[in-house]
Every structure is written in structure tokens, then in C-alpha cells.
Write a protein that binds this ligand. Structure first.
Ligand code: ACO
Length: 323
């Protein structure tokens, strides 16, 4: 059988670092409130010349370097983003052009914070059916462009950035001991649209709009939804939570991460946390966390890794893989 094996990972962050204290000049908030409620201490904010495409390209190039591959080796690009450069064409195609790739195909995936998990699952399906051989799966966001910078309940939470992995179709015995994506679980439910959405769009207001969130409502659903898909992916893979080497959750809020890991019975020292450094970077958060844990030597080849995310829609999902 074919397994989709991770060959490399890379990340990119905007130049500008913004600490919590800077928000005290903008809205009625404090470093203490932000840290206590979310765990976030800083985030990176894209300058005018930094876009979802440029950050995505930089992360893609870093992932290719890490894999020892070149753009010519890639025949599929899936970009998870809710902040594309243009309404169309897909920013994935712009990244394809920036990388000088003129073969294969590229498209954007829109599942808000779950976008990377959805994109990995989609790339895996494309590789296993033989539609492509090597995929770049990128999460890249410039949420700073859709924030209402006067709304203290949302503007302090998000940041910009990008992360990418290279997935390669590889012959495999298909046992849990083999490398590659083992199982996934995806869900969505539009009944929750009003709890987390952007109040603009091409077909409604003709504007880009701003992010609106009922944070408490999202929080209320997050842990249950996350743990449901994680358990489903583990069951499908025939793996117990105890067997996991690393839990790489969506980085929205440290309290949600801690509560999810606790409910799943995953030790805190197996949880990769970067929310304090990057804030919530939506579809970029999981690959940014992966990149950090690979770079510092925590995640190594052969490790059993569980990715999960939950976000606007609601959408939620989990991917179980052997690195
Ligand atoms: N600074 C100071 N006070 C604030 C701020 C702020 N930045 N923001 C809100 N407050 C106030 C509120 O107005 C409220 O005041 P009140 O009691 O006088 O009404 C008080 O703080 C408490 O607010 P809550 O909303 O109850 O705070 P909570 O503990 O729920 O934390 C938070 C808010 C951090 C947003 C939390 O609910 C959360 O993390 N929610 C989930 C976010 C998430 O996971 N999103 C999913 C992914 S995002 C995506 O898909 C794009």
C-alpha cells in the first residue's frame, strides 16, 4: 500500500515581533490578562510587503531544504489559509509560481484553524490514489489583516506566520510501525457559524470584513470536539493515547490545550506548545508547532505524532502519523 510520509518541515515568521504590552496602548487590556486567559506573550505581525503568499513561499522553501528536495520534485501544493492574497486565483497557485513550478496542480483549502489538518488529510488522499507523488502542504496566514484592532476580545489573540511539510507517497506494509499518515478524522458543523466568522466576503458585503468571535462559546465546545476526533483517529489507527510520543494541538489557547491533553490522558511533557510565542496563527499554528519541535530535536523520525485542530465553521479534525 501507499503511505504519505513526511520528508521535511519548514516555518516562516514575519519580521515584526509584537509583545502583549503593546496592546495596552491600543485597547483596554493588560499583559497579565492576556497571559492568564490565553498563555500568549507575543505574536508576529506581517508588514506591508509580507503576505500569505510570501510567508507561505518561505515556509515551503524551508521545508524543501529540510527534505533535501527542490521545487521540481513537487507535483501538488495545498495551501490552508483563510487570508488569501486575492479572492482568486488561489494563493497556492501564486506560491507554485513563486517556486517556479509549472507542472502538477495547486489549490487552497479553507477550513479556518483546522485548515492544515484538512489539507494534510486531503494531500494524503491525493497521494494514496496516485494523483500526485510529492505534496507541499502549507498553512499560511495574515490574520492581522482581518482583525478589528479596536476589539480587545479578539485582536490580542491572533498572529501571522506560516509552516509547511513535504509529504511523499511511499510503498509501505501499512502497519502502525511504518512511517507516514496512519489515520485521520475530520468533522464540521455549520450550526456554529455565528460563534466564529468574518463579517464580510465577496458575495455578501463585497468587503474583506473583520473576525468576530464569541470566545466563551468557542471555548465551551473546543475540548469536547477536539477529544472526539483525537479518540476517533487513535481508534482507527489501533493506537492508545499512551503510545503517542507527541501531541501537536492547534495553538489557540493554553487552557484549551491543557484541558484537552488532560481529558485524553496525555502527559504534559508530550504536548508541543508554541501559543506563547506565536499567538493563534490559525492554519499555520500546527505546522509552526511541528517545525519548532523538529528543530529543537523533540520530534524524531519514527515518533508517533498526533495533530489536531478546531476552528471556525465549526471545523475540527485530527491526524495520526508516524514521523
Ligand atoms: N483584556 C482585558 N479584558 C478582556 C479582554 C482583553 N483583551 N478580552 C475580554 N475581556 C474581558 C471581557 O470583556 C469580560 O469582561 P466582563 O466580565 O466585564 O464582561 C472578561 O474579560 C472575561 O471575558 P471572557 O470572554 O469570559 O474570558 P474567557 O476566560 O472566556 O477568555 C478567550 C476569552 C481567551 C477568548 C477564550 O474564551 C478563548 O480562548 N476562546 C476560544 C478561542 C478559540 O479557541 N478559538 C478557536 C480557534 S480560532 C479560529 O478558528 C479562527
Amino acid at each position: 500500500m501507499i503511505r504519505s510520509v513526511v520528508r521535511g518541515v519548514g516555518t516562516a515568521l514575519p519580521r515584526r515581533l509584537m509583545k502583549n504590552a503593546e496592546f495596552e496602548e491600543l485597547v483596554d487590556t493588560s499583559d497579565e490578562w492576556i497571559v492568564q486567559r490565553t498563555g500568549i506573550t507575543q505574536r508576529y505581525i506581517a508588514s506591508e510587503d509580507e503576505t500569505t503568499a510570501s510567508l507561505g513561499e518561505a515556509a515551503a522553501r524551508a521545508a524543501l531544504d529540510n527534505a533535501g528536495l527542490t521545487p521540481a520534485d513537487i507535483d501538488l501544493i495545498i495551501l490552508a489559509t483563510s487570508t488569501p492574497n486575492n479572492t482568486f486565483p488561489a494563493t497556492a497557485v501564486e506560491i507554485q509560481e513563486r517556486l517556479g513550478i509549472h507542472h502538477g496542480f495547486a489549490f487552497d483549502m479553507q477550513a479556518v484553524c483546522s485548515g492544515f489538518v484538512y489539507a494534510v488529510t486531503s494531500a494524503d488522499a491525493h497521494l494514496r490514489t496516485g494523483l500526485a507523488r510529492r505534496a507541499l502542504v502549507i498553512g499560511s496566514e495574515t490574520f492581522s489583516r482581518i482583525l478589528d484592532w479596536t476589539d480587545r476580545t479578539t485582536c490580542v489573540l491572533f498572529g501571522d506566520g506560516a509552516g509547511a511539510i513535504v509529504l511523499e507517497a511511499t510503498e509501505s506494509e501499512g502497519t502502525p510501525a511504518d512511517r507516514g499518515i496512519i489515520a485521520a478524522s475530520l468533522r464540521s458543523d455549520g450550526a456554529h457559524k455565528e460563534k466564529l466568522f468574518v463579517d464580510g466576503g465577496p458575495s455578501t458585503t463585497g468587503t474583506v470584513g473583520h473576525l468576530r468571535m464569541e470566545g466563551k462559546e468557542v471555548f465551551k465546545h473546543a475540548v469536547g470536539m477536539i477529544t472526539d476526533v483525537v479518540v476517533d483517529a487513535l481508534d482507527k489507527g489501533g493506537i492508545g493515547a499512551d503510545d503517542l510520543d507527541w501531541f501537536v494541538p492547534h495553538q489557540a489557547n493554553k487552557r484549551i490545550i491543557d484541558a484537552s491533553a488532560k481529558k485524553l490522558g496525555i502527559d504534559a511533557d508530550k504536548v508541543v506548545v508554541t501559543v506563547h510565542l506565536h499567538g493563534n496563527t490559525s492554519a499555520a499554528s500546527v505546522p509552526l508547532a511541528l517545525g519548532a519541535a523538529v528543530a529543537d530535536g523533540r520530534i524524531k523520525q519514527g515518533d508517533l505524532v498526533l495533530l489536531e485542530a478546531m476552528g471556525g465553521g465549526f471545523t475540527w479534525g485530527a491526524v495520526l502519523l508516524r514521523w
